[in-house]
Design a protein around this ligand. Sequence first.
Ligand code: ADP
Ligand code: ZN
Ligand code: ZN
Length: 834
Amino acid sequence: MLSSTSLFEEETTLFADLILPVPIPSLFTYRVPREMSSMIKVGARVIVQFGQKRVITAVVAQIHSNPPVKYQAKYILELLDDEPIVTARQLDLFYWVADYYLCNIGEVLNVALPAGLKITSQSRIQLNPEFEHEDLLTDEERVVIDEIRKHQTLSYEEVERLTARTNITKLIKSLVGKRAVILFEEVKERYKPKVVRKVRLAQGYLSNDALVKLTSSLEKNPRQQEILLKYLSFVPVYNNPDLNLGGLDKTVFSQDKSLSDAALQTLVKKGIFEQFEIFISRFDEIPAAANGPIALTEHQQEASRQIHEHFQQKEVVLLHGITGSGKTEVYIEMIRQVLASGSQVLFLLPEIALTAQIVVRLRKVFGDVMGIYHSKFSDNERVEVWKGILDGKFQFVVGVRSAIFLPFDNLGLIIVDEEHETSYKQHDPAPRYNARDVAVILAYMHKGKTLLGSATPSLESYFHAKNGRYGLVEMKERFGNAVLPAFELIDIKKEKKSRKMKNEFSSVLLDHLRYNLEHKEQTILFQNRRGYSPYLQCEECNWISQCTNCDVSLTYYMRMNELRCHYCGHKEEVPRTCPNCGSIRVKTMGYGTEKIEDELHVLFPEARVQRMDLDTTRAKNAYQQIIQDFEEGGTDILVGTQMVSKGLDFDNVSIVGIFDADRIIHFPEFRASERAFQMLTQVSGRAGRRAGRPGKVLIQTNNPGQPLLEKVVNNDYEGMYEAEIAEREKFGYPPFTRLIKVTVKHPDEQVSAKAARALADKLLPNLGLSRVLGPQPPLVERVRNQFLFDILIKLEREKINFKAAKSFIQEKVTDILTDKTLKSIQVVIDVDCL
Ligand code: ADP
Ligand code: ZN
Ligand code: ZN
């Protein structure tokens, strides 16, 4: 670090090492222009030229005076921030993630920074719909603005061409500064501002005396007086001067045709009214603190007390509370306390749960200090949360996995709700991180604590809790005398024999559905497969609908009359006859949610049925809408994939029906039992959540006697854990080992196989046969025309130096990637793969 009093200050040239949001391992050194040198700070964003034409946003990681040895440093073009936008703590975390998950720091930055903070040459420029001050534009800017008006948006390059400048960042920055334009990434939705323009009385006019004087002084200007009176009729400040602070929406005036807009402007010019703006986000419509504080039950108080006690010694506590035990209220209590002590809190939720009920509940309690960070929100909303944390507006953030990358500086507590959820793991692109695990590190860096919560904890977390590494707190009662639902296993083999099934529906399930419809109670039906049927098959020649790009069958969608690949998105028309033999006997095989929904319409034409799966919830508020309809009783039967199992809290669900439990249990994967237990328990947990309305869960299976089902029925998490953990130990799977999956991809199967073999051969001598499995093709061998081979590496938790092993693996991967005889293979390393 240079001290500002350095004698050599005048002569030293500063250099900055920058993190560029690109997949390149090292930092890049750029030269700091002299006029920037007193302002530039670590953590600030800069704009630099990268490559021939690209201009990108980078973050300053270090400032020093050593020119790079191997290349001539280019100048930084632009400094975007006076104050760091990335904190020192965040940089530490980014480095940790890059190191642990074997990826580049730039890739971490790229995922961490919302696109709105990354101006790139791929950005598009849009007119700010709220732009007012045309008079501030320079001639050149006006040309750009006129062009945008014509075309809606312009790309960075188009602006470049238009202005014949080589570097337009200054120009763009100026336009952004004048609030004339907005930048957005092409793929993202456009920014719909949620700004409300308001006016209020200036401070000097709030006393009754001043108001009287003001009113009479406006006698000569009746139009202005009318405005004032209109304002006072909505905002009676003479009763309560505090009301003035909230002001009045300007549209109130503009909608009233008898009022003069000019008069309002005059009042503003005179300084009688002042204008201001507020930004509202979607959740601002939820009234803050609508409910008074909820008193914790004895069980909840006890859980809360135990959590505190464990935190005296431990960094992490696992709260294992059955579905409906009221974990949320325990969280709320914890959050309250930590916020009151002046520290920040982060509450992580799995992707899908976020738009749902729990956020509304939290919002009601915490109001404006709570920021929401969701991938379905627009980028601008995410930037608002980022900046809101930096400037202290948000002390508490509820968010999805990427929220761990926000600029916290004083985290006291991170809560990871539904910690077993796989959506905490990012699969693509790198960093392939698990936010639950990173949360523990992040809290530790802040000297804060982590609270993991679930009714069905991951084996890893429960293992740590059992071993005393984490504190363990259990809640075994449902709130308010509600009881866990009763189970009935339906033997569909028997039903089929006695011809009682109607397609996918057993007679028992049909009876219950009928009863529920008659008694106006709600039902949730669970089938963990979307589409109408997973494939089509020809009865003559056994042809099966297959994706042309992937080794997987095409799912049939009846309503769209389409075949779709769930791996690459490829779509086809449904063939009228078998493409292989021309037969017309092409049949749908198996069933998904669309088929269940379709059959329900036939079986119960009067029932109001909704479907909730990836296909019906793509639109922005669709998920929310389906939940709301169900909540308000507008839906009788909700059919869905595992989406229906996630943390939903409904009053009136008395039946949960589960199709095809066997397929979930026998999924060919070592975590199948754990996952099946979690999925079945979670979806069952949606039934009977209110006292006096016991719920029932009907599971259709070919084998009612199988041990895992028995454990689900008896709510025997412990039993599942004991059985599973023994297997894991025996076969050397997590939590006894850590898994690293290395996947080799290439369009030519031979090349891919050869490269994978070569890589395995390099790993084997040091790691040994028991630690290196494969190479073997994954379940789906070809995706998007790339042939895949997996090598699974198992590293014992205790014995192996994980860090050393990882750098060894990375080294060997680099060897393969740089091998001239293996052309253009891709290798993906996934640390702690799921
Ligand atoms: P979990 O997340 O453990 O499945 P929830 O936190 O959703 O359970 O709680 C289940 C239901 O019980 C919710 O509707 C919640 O509002 C209610 N509830 C929980 N604790 C209390 C309490 N102390 N007072 C009033 N209602 C409560
Ligand atoms: Zn055929
Ligand atoms: Zn495909």
